[in-house]
Design a protein around this ligand. Sequence first.
Ligand SMILES: [Zn+2]
Ligand SMILES: [Zn+2]
Length: 121
Amino acid sequence: MPIRPENRDRYPTDWKAISLRIRTERAAGRCECLGECGRDNHTGRCPNVNGGQAYGTGSKVVLTVAHLDHTPEHVDDSNLRAMCQGCHLHYDRDHHAETRARTRADALAKSGQLDIFGGTS
Ligand SMILES: [Zn+2]
Ligand SMILES: [Zn+2]
């Protein structure tokens, strides 16, 4: 997942090094998802390896690092999981939908379009 601009400041300055260490040293280039993504297309650990062909789709695997609790500041090893883009996107999908909905509701409320009863004017 590319880092969203509004979250850029929340990543530690050594995030690149941390991310690289997780992906190369701990994960040895392989997706560490054990099914957390919920996409049900791999049993046990995901077989996708960075730069290889993605399991299922055949596209090129790009290993990323996911935050299990979706909190960019939280960079304990236990909260980080090297994930291929397929697992990562799927893992984040519900969270992204929620964030988008909340951001939109906030924006509407601020602009006065949304009254206290939730209707639009
Ligand atoms: Zn994967
Ligand atoms: Zn997965």
